[in-house]
Design a protein around this ligand. Sequence first.
Ligand code: KIV
Length: 295
Amino acid sequence: MSTPRTVPGIRSSKRRTGSAPLVMVTAYDAPSARVATAADVDLILVGDSLAMAVLGYDDTLQVTIDDMAHHTAAVARSKPTAVVVGDMPWMSYHLTPRRTVENAAKLIRAGAHSVKLEGGAKRATMVEAIVAAEIPVMGHIGLTPQSTHVMGGFKVQGREAEAARRLADDAKALQEAGCYAVVIEGVPDVVGELVTEAIEIPTIGIGAGPGCDGQVLVYVDVIGLENRFKPKFVRRYGTAFDDQSAALSRFAADVRDGTFPAADEAYKANDTLTEALGLYGRAPSPSSSAQAPQA
Ligand code: KIV
């Protein structure tokens, strides 16, 4: 049985003060959240990667706050011990502080313990508004997928010294605005380190090198359910696509050759019913007289 994690516990998990690296994984429904809980992760991110990982979109811009609340609720119903982070989708925190707080509240009411949003210093006002409503906020800088059109695609960020320093400033601005942790995505490893050293709150990296205070990966990448492409920073720990398609192929073969279901996988009627239906003594399956019913 794993220990329930808390936001204050996460906030104080800095590796330079001796904390173990934080482990975060995305999950989008109750079964994946149960698996993540069994693996004793520290944080479950109901990421807007939902759009691509589960809903079949080409980018994350298509999901709405209601989509995110729906999936956050499914994760929360599994009662994870990890801190559940609800990702705020594009256009849910860009307009006014009031709408931003209302949208963050939707994710909290759905069962999240905190929310995450993308962007650095320019998001400080929105972060402050959410924090003022007693909702913990995780930041997200570097390669921010919601900015795909501005970045010209999913491109590594912070490759120039000036851009790297701006990322460290962004992380500081998020910390000052009240974030309890910051995701750094898609930056050179030294930039991951620079940002981690620049702030007191933990950094959680994805494609940001080993110098961060924790690591996050997307569920379907970790278990190998996504088998079409593998970004450089992904390590697959399973072969879920192959395992699951092999299992379904065996199911299909058993149905087609009549070996599923077997006699002991069917409900049995008593003799009275069997007799009343005029089926007494008849084999249940056209394919297998060896599997005659035992009343
Ligand atoms: O949506 C997501 O999965 C994320 C992670 C890549 C950090 O934001």
